[in-house]
Every structure is written in structure tokens, then in C-alpha cells.
Design a binder for this molecule. Structure first.
Ligand SMILES: [Zn+2]
Length: 425
């Protein structure tokens, strides 16, 4: 009797597990099907947003479209928290984890070579960073997951954020009480990347280099040529890179041997210096430079190290100050959630398009870091290029374009990931 009971209990557990797995598979099959069903309507939304791009802080039309769409799905919608921000709240059938998804909505000032039928109607402004696609994918995920309410155990917050390009939108939103209003356990986002459509790239910890501008001020009568020569030599002493490599060039990012996806990437460890000139004013003369550094600890100590080199030189009595003039925090992906995120998408979609990267990308950054300072999270790069068709998704270039299929990949992958994370223990 005991043994039989034991067996029947094991049998019950096993059948429950199989049943659970089946149900789980069904969620994701439903997500795929639903994404395919709404794909054409999402492409139309993207084209409309692409035609009417709005600069940072001016995303009125876009945010109105977003708010109406979310209301139409039956989500609770908040619009009066910070600038043109729109927050949509989707509650599942049971209590569970709270997951936030962030999409940015602003466009940039740029003259483009855009010859598409739906090219920008706002002169000198265009979606050359792909935020029209981010917004569309965010709406697509909200649509797909709103039909999964019965299977959803937890709450999803959709944050449609303005002013990412000026690096102010996320910070303002948080300063205006975002995390008093919502308390997500995890936060996720994507940015269109230059890889082939559907590719997912990301890495644990820093995704980009630390970028800092430094200003070294001297008394106004200091000889400009002498300081330039001396400081160029000092700053060159900090330069660090894999021998015979050019990490300051983006040409090698996707090189299989030295690019981001190789464990021996030349983008893993570097200090790149970009000298930006001398500025002569009435009360000072300043030496200005910009650098890209992969190691945060180095960035903390560089001003002090430069200062001590100057204080040990013939210029010690002319020095006024050494200080950073700009430098934003850098995206920092939670290591555990990065692994879970990549594995979850990989296991559900069984694709060879999931590619962790090992180097830090120079030049770009994302104000998503301000959320990550409060909540563990990950930003993924979703490839949007289709080289066969001549579509290359290199952000902020005048030829930037995104293959429409990218929307489909984004909605499927991330609807599934969010549902999995919401339902996880
Ligand atoms: Zn962007």
C-alpha cells in the first residue's frame, strides 16, 4: 500500500510536470502565433512613427499614440509622472513577480539619405537610432501579453520613456518618483544593434566603455605648445590596447577573430584617448581630452594620477585644476539575469542567433543605467540588419535602417522572456 501510494504520488507529480511543461509550451506557441497575427499592424505603427519623428522632450504625438494603444488593450495607463512618459500596467491573474520593460521614443537631429516611402516628414529629424522600432516592439509585447493574462502570475510595467538621446529621460522619471509608483523586481530593455536581424547580443556587467571628458586648466600665461607637448605625452602613458589592434575603430566589432563575439576580443581591455584641443580664455588656458576606458577603477584614479604628474613637473606652479567635465554612468547588466535571459530565449526559440559578447562597445551608451542603479536589469542588443537587402542598423548614421522582421523577433523573444520572469519564483 505504501509503495503503491508512493508510486502513485510520483506518477501524479510526473504527470503534473509534463502537463505544466505542455502548458508552458502552449503559452509560447500562443505568443508566436499572436505576434504573427499582429505583425502587419505593428509594421504600420512603426512606419507611422518613422514618418513623424520627435526630438527629445517633444514626443507628444508619439506618447499620445502609445497611451491610446495601451488603453485599447485594457491596461492601466499613467501619463502625468514625468514629461511625455507613458506607463502601462498589466496585472496577471495571480500575484507574482513584477517585471518592467522599458522602450524609448525620441528621435535625433540628423540629415538622412532615407529614401523609404515612409521617410521622415519632419525636416532634419529622423529615427536614426531605431527608437521607433523600440516603441513598436514595446506595444507589440503589451498586446501579446495582454492576451496571456490568465497565464500571467505577476505584474508587468511598460515604461515608454522620452528623452533618452539627451540622457535625461530615465533620470528625470526616477527623480519624479517612478519607484514610489512602481516597484519592479527586474527591468529589461532592448536597443537595435548592427548584427543581422534577430540576433541577440549582450554581456554581463559593462556593455559599453566608460566615456569621460577631462579638462586640465593652467594659468593664462602658460605656454600652450609646451603644455600640449607635455600633456600629450602624459596622457599617452595611459593608452592601453591589444598590440597591433584598433579598438577605436568600429570596423572590427563583428570580426569573428577579434570582434565582440570572440572571447579574445580586442574590445575587452583598452584605454583610447581622443585629444580635443586647447581652449584659451582670459583667466585660464585648458587642455581638453576625451577618453574611452573599459575599467571603472582606472577612471576613478586618472585625474589624480595626471595631477601628480603635473605637480612633479616644471608646470607645477601653473596648474589650476584637473577635473572631469562630463561622463555618464555606463550600462551595467546584472550578471545572473543576463545569463538567465540569454538561456531562456535560447531554450524557448532554439536559435543560433543568441550570441553573448565579450568586449565593451566604444562610443555608445544608454540611459537605461539609471534604472539599473535601482533595480537589477539587462539591456539586450537586437540585430536589425539585413545585409542581403543592404539594410544596415548602425545607429546614428545617415543610412541607418531596420528590417521589419526585427519587430517580429523582438516581440516574440521578449514577450516570452517577460512571461517566464514574471512567473518565476
Ligand atoms: Zn538609441
Amino acid at each position: 500500500m505504501k509503495i503503491t501510494l508512493k508510486f502513485s504520488i510520483i506518477g501524479l507529480i510526473l504527470s503534473a510536470l509534463v502537463c505544466c511543461q505542455k502548458a508552458e509550451k502552449n503559452y509560447h506557441q500562443n505568443i508566436e502565433k499572436h505576434t504573427d497575427d499582429i505583425f502587419d499592424s505593428l509594421v504600420n505603427i512603426k512606419r507611422d512613427l518613422h514618418m513623424y519623428p520627435e526630438l527629445s522632450g517633444e514626443e507628444k504625438r508619439t506618447s499620445k499614440i502609445v497611451a491610446e494603444y495601451l488603453k485599447g488593450l485594457g491596461l492601466e495607463v499613467i501619463t502625468n509622472i514625468s514629461g511625455n512618459t507613458v506607463i502601462g500596467i498589466l496585472k496577471g491573474s495571480k500575484e507574482g513577480k513584477k517585471i518592467a520593460w522599458r522602450a524609448d521614443m525620441d528621435a535625433i537631429k540628423i540629415e538622412t539619405h532615407d529614401t523609404l516611402d515612409y521617410h521622415s516628414q519632419n525636416k532634419g529629424i529622423a529615427h536614426m537610432c531605431g527608437h521607433d522600432v523600440h516603441t513598436t516592439i514595446g506595444l507589440g509585447i503589451a498586446n501579446v501579453l495582454s492576451k496571456q493574462k490568465e497565464n500571467l502570475q505577476g505584474t508587468i510595467y511598460f515604461i515608454f520613456q522620452p528623452s533618452e538621446e539627451t540622457f535625461t529621460g530615465a533620470k528625470d522619471l526616477i527623480d519624479n518618483g517612478l519607484f514610489d509608483l512602481i516597484e519592479p523586481d527586474e527591468i529589461y530593455a532592448l536597443h537595435i544593434g548592427p548584427a543581422e536581424k534577430g540576433t541577440i547580443n549582450t554581456k554581463a556587467k559593462e556593455l559599453f566603455a566608460y566615456q569621460k571628458s577631462i579638462q586640465i586648466k593652467f594659468e593664462p600665461d602658460t605656454n600652450e605648445e609646451d603644455i600640449t607637448m607635455f600633456l600629450t605625452k602624459v596622457m599617452q602613458g595611459f593608452v592601453r590596447n591589444t598590440p597591433n589592434s584598433e579598438p577605436w575603430s568600429l570596423d572590427y566589432l563583428s570580426d569573428p577573430k577579434i570582434g565582440l563575439e570572440n572571447k579574445e576580443s580586442i574590445y575587452k581591455d583598452y584605454f583610447i584617448l581622443q585629444y580635443s584641443g586647447i581652449d584659451k580664455r582670459e583667466d585660464y588656458v585648458s587642455f581638453n581630452a576625451h577618453f574611452l576606458e573599459t575599467n571603472k577603477e582606472n577612471t576613478d584614479s586618472i585625474p589624480q594620477q595626471i595631477k601628480s604628474k603635473i605637480l612633479n613637473s616644471e608646470f607645477k606652479n601653473s596648474l589650476i585644476s584637473v577635473a572631469y567635465t562630463s561622463g555618464n554612468p555606463t550600462v551595467y547588466n546584472d550578471p545572473e539575469l543576463t545569463t538567465i535571459g540569454l538561456q531562456t530565449i535560447d531554450s524557448l526559440y532554439n536559435t543560433d542567433l543568441i550570441k553573448p559578447i565579450y568586449g565593451q562597445i566604444p562610443y555608445f551608451n544608454e540611459d537605461f543605467i539609471y534604472y539599473q542603479q535601482h533595480v537589477p536589469g539587462v539591456i539586450f542588443l537586437l540585430g536589425g540588419s539585413n545585409t542581403e537587402k543592404g539594410i544596415i542598423s548602425m545607429a546614428h548614421t545617415p543610412d541607418f535602417a531596420v528590417d521589419d522582421d526585427t519587430i517580429k523577433y523582438g516581440v516574440k523573444y521578449f514577450s516570452s522572456l517577460i512571461l517566464e520572469r514574471t512567473n518565476s519564483k
